[in-house]
Design a protein around this ligand. Structure first.
Ligand code: UD1
Ligand code: CA
Length: 452
């Protein structure tokens, strides 16, 4: 089977410098959704017709299995398919898809291909309440499709038809080149309409069949920003419902955004307004508080992420507690039952089991052992202005408040660092380290007063 994806349009109505099909839906470009659905059918050839922003598309989609063809001028959908002809094999069926209809399901495509069987011209149609802008399906008394009339060419009763062309059709390949050759552009838009092949099929005695879908979302196209956000909401709602079906406890099915994939174990609870990006996994009984952003994280069972936390590229151990207001950056692992509290930033660090950094700290490029306490305001000074250095902290180390650890530095097991200490030399096991300071109390001192 050949599949042709039409993706050369300008997308002027998006009012955006970015090519329309690179706008993201559910975290990935529109065109990637369409390609994903097409690939599920395992076509022999998958041809993408590109024009506007072709280089950007090719770069962003980077997929060596795709055959790209160029449509230099956007002369219409029929002309776009003409550009694809040299890239097609003589397989029985050629499936044509619109690059801007992202939620189409593989099962629907497969049904369309089966309906064609390389013999019939098969079209996916849908009945819309408002058919404005779409090509209308014109049927005869017997109910057979006579032709498709574009909105701008439709007159009188044709405009009342609410059954429309989704743009997705399965065509007998051996007929295609002849039909494309016969297209003209004598119409309201002076374009070569692919839809005119329906009248040709009729004239040539080729059966025309249609499949209707009642899942309107899979037929909806993206032509402007409003339609894009409407589809985003539909997609997010269906992702939320899939999680709910699986037993995930969402506080609100309308207030979660999954811009990638989210795998959940049993009894996972997610409060409102959380955003998941990339690919993340939440183990059994994980709880995510309100307003968290999680990107490419792997969270083990029973861990609790408190509200307003932002985690990226991290692995969180079982029963750990993160936040509220914590920031966990890439390259971080947090051990079993460890606690990372409010206004604590952790970057590229390993935090051992049961260790705690509960308040106002920066832990970067550090290896922290088990059962370590990191006091409020502790900072790893990991950057000397040119290079990053590591801080090594052993097991059972106790670090007081407001401590600077000037890397590279290591603190061996069981050591204690007094409050307000700057540590720039290695500390031996079980030692106490402090920077001697004196406290001055002057009983005669008086606070200055304002002159009257
Ligand atoms: C098209 C159909 C219309 C259908 C609607 C469904 C035609 C003539 N009309 O209209 O019947 O109801 O889709 O969404 O086919 N494209 C190219 N090259 C071109 C023109 C378009 O590659 O020269 C691509 C576009 O990038 C887009 C697709 O073809 O992915 C559809 O083009 P668009 O201009 O959006 O067609 P519509 O007017 O929506
Ligand atoms: Ca369109």
């Amino acid at each position: 089977m050949n599949i042709v994806v039409l993706a050369a349009g300008l997308g002027k109505r998006m009012a955006s410098p970015r090519p329309k099909l690179l706008h993201p839906l559910g975290g990935k470009p529109l065109l990637e959704h369409v390609i994903g659905a097409a690939k599920a059918l395992e076509p022999d050839r998958l041809v993408i017709v590109a024009g506007h922003g072709a280089d950007q598309l090719r770069l962003a989609i980077a997929d060596a299995t795709l055959l790209w063809v160029e449509q230099a001028q956007q002369l219409g959908t029929g002309d776009a398919v003409r550009c694809a002809l040299p890239a097609l094999g003589d397989d029985e069926v050629t499936l044509v898809m619109n690059g801007d209809v992202p939620l189409i399901r593989p099962a629907t495509l497969a049904a369309l291909v089966a309906a064609s069987a390389g013999e019939r011209l098969a079209l996916l149609t849908v009945v819309l309440d408002d058919a404005t802008g779409y090509g209308r399906i014109i049927r005869n008394e017997a109910g057979a499709i006579e032709k498709i009339v574009e909105h701008k060419d439709a007159t009188g009763k044709e405009l009342d038809v609410r059954e429309i062309n989704t743009g997705i059709m399965a065509i007998p390949t051996r007929r295609l080149a002849d039909w494309i050759r016969r297209l003209d552009n004598h119409n309201a838009q002076s374009e070569y309409y692919l839809t005119d092949i329906f009248a040709f099929a009729r004239a040539d005695g080729v059966d025309v069949v249609s499949i209707a879908t009642d899942r309107i979302a899979e037929t909806l196209g993206v032509n402007n920003q409003l339609q894009l956000v409407q589809l985003e909401r539909l997609l997010q709602r269906s992702r939320a419902e899939a999680l709910l079906e699986q037993g995930v406890m969402l506080a609100d099915a309308n207030r979660i955004d999954i811009r990638g994939t989210l795998a959940c174990g049993e009894q996972v609870a997610i409060d409102v307004n959380c955003i998941f990006e990339g690919d993340s996994r939440l183990g059994d009984r994980v709880t995510i508080g309100a307003h968290c952003i999680l990107r490419n994280v792997d969270i083990d069972e029973g861990a609790v992420i408190e509200p307003y936390s932002y985690l990226e590229g991290a692995k969180i151990g079982a029963h750990a507690r993160i936040g509220p207001y914590a920031r966990i950056r890439p390259g971080t692992t947090v051990g079993i039952e460890a606690h990372i509290g409010n206004f604590v930033e952790v970057k590229n660090s390993d935090i051992g089991a049961q260790s705690k950094a509960n308040h106002l700290s920066y832990v970067g490029d550090a290896t922290v052992g088990a059962r370590v306490n990191i006091g409020a305001g502790t900072i790893t000074c990991n950057y000397d202005g040119a290079n990053k250095h590591r801080t090594l902290i052993g097991d059972d180390v106790h670090i007081g408040s407001d401590v600077q650890l000037v890397a590279p530095v290591s603190i061996a097991d069981g050591a204690t660092v007094g409050a307000g200490t700057t540590v720039w030399k290695d500390v031996k096991a079980d030692a106490l380290v402090v920077n001697p300071k004196t406290q001055v109390a002057d009983a005669t001192w008086r606070r200055p007063r304002k002159k009257s």
